[in-house]
Design a protein around this ligand. Structure first.
Ligand SMILES: CC(=O)N[C@H]1[C@@H](OP(=O)(O)O)O[C@H](CO)[C@@H](O)[C@@H]1O
Ligand SMILES: [Mg+2]
Length: 563
């Protein structure tokens, strides 16, 4: 390493000492912790992002957010050139950097890594860029400065502050930048509104809604998503769809406190700002950085309970629509060649997917695979298909289209435009092309998700109730247990079984056997210091009781009392 580079790193690193006793780890979705201890981590992730940009000679993203966590937390994650999550190969380096005890250690680590990865430092090449985005957390500004210093301490890299954005907007911008397409926030909003309008224009019989079904009330979690949705709504300027944004953060509510997709999905009660006035209305909830989306309805004036329409159901709605379009496209009409591309569709879920959804998707004839929790795993799996649809039950997901399939679809669309016989097929091709532009193929995105759900419901002529009736969720329950060391739990088979500590899996199995349709698993959270317990059974009481007996087992084997 050149002396100039070395001294730049040493002097900037000395401003960001690692707090005593803090052991950051790049978990399910980057580093997360109480914001006050994160400056050194964010500075070091800045360095990592700059090295990644140099290595790939591409634009990289750095997002400062703690998503659905409380407002006093914050976090940081990196978007790779494709717009997806940081390659998993680099996660151990991220951990090592974040935990380096002194500036000297840090510089030594960087020197070794740069050599091993053959990264050219300080070359004469064009400068590489790291786009830095942040959510609305007050701590974001000071962490932004730390990120900029980290990026700026690698010669040849520059930080571009892209301001307050949703996480998916930043990922989208990184992806677009590297594909040399228009990549500003305005371009993102334009692309979403254009492709949404295109889908609405292709609705058989027009985009008329059922009487009284044109209103959607959205809970913005008092975060960045509500504000952006308000902008998007202005651009859409649609008749027949009235989007009302609540908890946009303008009303003074606290981020993620009693609001947001995580709260709604886990607690299954109305978020604040919603209640008896919403009976019968279609409602949706975003999380704090707007990469998750769930829908819900308020069934009764007298209770705060909601009817949840979760990520599994959003996935099912998307799958039904896409299947329908593909089958229209595959119909061989007189005068044209019919299908000449075997499109492989795959559906990707995690163990948290409701068992009823998995059964439903399989009944549709779809290939369903499970991966461990975390978008990085689902996304990777979905990308092997021509159309890969993935969702976590909590509402994070998207649809990926392969390049060869999109090229075929474009060609098919051109071919069909020149023959008189294929108007329905052409419309199906146009719809699929519009979906591929509306949906954020970099990462799950609540804003584009809302628009796609709304367009499909309108296309099908379905109310939210009709959609919700696709299948009935099995009652489920999630609990968290604090333990001495969550890393003591090691799982296998997409987290459905525990292999360590010994004995606990057998004990869990014995509990499951006591319930009809019982299913239960535990795993260490990658974002919180807890073990999560998930249980499913044929009645609510049974699901609750299975979850609580397994939580007791966790406590017995690993809990604070067992140390
Ligand atoms: C059960 C659950 O909802 N887990 C969430 C949560 O991860 P954990 O590793 O379970 O803490 O946060 C992740 C990031 O947002 C999300 O991908 C994941 O689905
Ligand atoms: Mg999120």
């Amino acid at each position: 390493m050149e002396e100039e580079q070395r001294s730049l790193l040493l002097s900037s690193a000395s401003q960001f000492p690692l707090p005593d006793g803090f052991k950051p780890s790049y978990g399910t979705a980057g580093f997360r912790a109480e914001a006050s201890v994160l400056r050194s981590t964010v500075y070091r992730v800045g360095i990592l992002a700059a090295l990644r940009a140099l290595k790939t000679q591409s634009v990289i993203g750095l997002m400062i957010t703690a998503s659905h966590n409380q407002v006093s937390d914050n976090g940081v994650k990196v978007a790779d050139p494709s717009g997806g999550m940081l390659t998993q190969d680099w996660e151990p380096f991220a951990d090592a950097l974040a935990n380096a005890p002194t500036p000297d250690h840090l510089v030594r680590l960087i020197t070794e890594f740069v050599e091993a990865e053959k990264i050219e430092l300080g070359g004469e090449k064009k400068k590489v860029e790291v786009l830095v985005g942040r959510d609305t957390r007050p701590s974001g500004l000071s962490l932004l400065e730390a990120a900029k210093l980290g990026i700026g301490s690698i010669i040849g890299a520059v930080a571009i502050d892209v301001g307050i954005l949703t996480t998916p907007q930043l990922h989208w911008m990184v992806r677009a930048s590297n594909r040399s397409t228009q990549a500003s926030e305005f371009d993102y909003l334009e692309q979403l509104s254009r492709s949404f309008r295109c889908l609405m224009d292709l609705i058989p019989g027009g985009a008329e809604s059922n009487e009284g079904d044109d209103k959607l009330a959205v809970d913005g979690a008092n975060g960045v998503g509500g504000e952006k949705l308000l902008v998007l709504k202005e651009m859409l300027n649609l008749k027949g769809l009235e989007i009302e944004v609540r908890n946009s953060g303008r009303e003074g509510g606290v981020l993620n406190e009693g609001v947001g997709a995580d709260f709604v999905q886990k607690e299954k009660v109305v978020p604040s700002g919603f209640g008896s006035q919403d009976v019968g209305i279609r409602c949706a909830s975003l999380d704090g950085d707007a990469d998750r989306l769930v829908y819900f309805t308020v069934p009764s004036k007298n209770s705060s309970k909601i009817e949840l329409v979760d990520g599994d159901k959003i996935l099912s709605l998307f799958a039904v629509f896409i299947k329908e379009q593909l089958s229209i496209l595959n119909k061989v009409a007189d005068g044209n060649t019919g299908n000449d591309y075997q499109c492989r569709i795959g559906v990707v879920q995690t163990a948290y997917a409701n068992g009823a959804s998995t059964d439903y998707l399989k009944q549709l004839g779809l290939e369903v695979v499970l991966t461990p929790t975390g978008v990085k795993y689902l996304h990777e799996k979905a990308s092997i298909y021509d159309i890969g649809i993935y969702f976590e039950a909590n509402g994070h997901g998207t649809i990926l289209f392969s390049e060869p399939f999109l090229l075929w679809l474009e060609a098919k669309n051109d071919e069909l435009s020149s023959v008189a016989q294929g108007p329905e097929q052409r419309k199906a091709a146009l719809r699929l092309l519009a979906v591929s532009k509306l949906i954020n193929q970099a990462v799950g995105d609540a804003l584009s998700g809302i628009l796609l759900v709304e367009a499909i419901l309108r296309h099908m002529g379905w109310s939210i109730h009709k959609w919700s009736e696709l299948y009935h969720d099995l009652p489920s329950k999630q609990l968290k247990v604090k333990v001495v060391d969550r890393t003591a739990v090691v799982t296998a088979n997409a987290e459905t079984e525990v292999v360590k500590p010994p004995g606990i899996q057998e004990a869990i199995k014995a509990e499951i056997a006591k319930y009809s349709k019982g299913r239960c698993f535990i795993r260490p959270s990658g974002t919180e210091d807890v073990i999560r317990v998930y249980a499913e059974a044929s009645t609510r009481d049974e699901a609750d009781s299975l979850a609580s007996s397994v939580a007791k087992l966790v406590d017995k084997f690993l809990g604070l009392g067992s140390s």
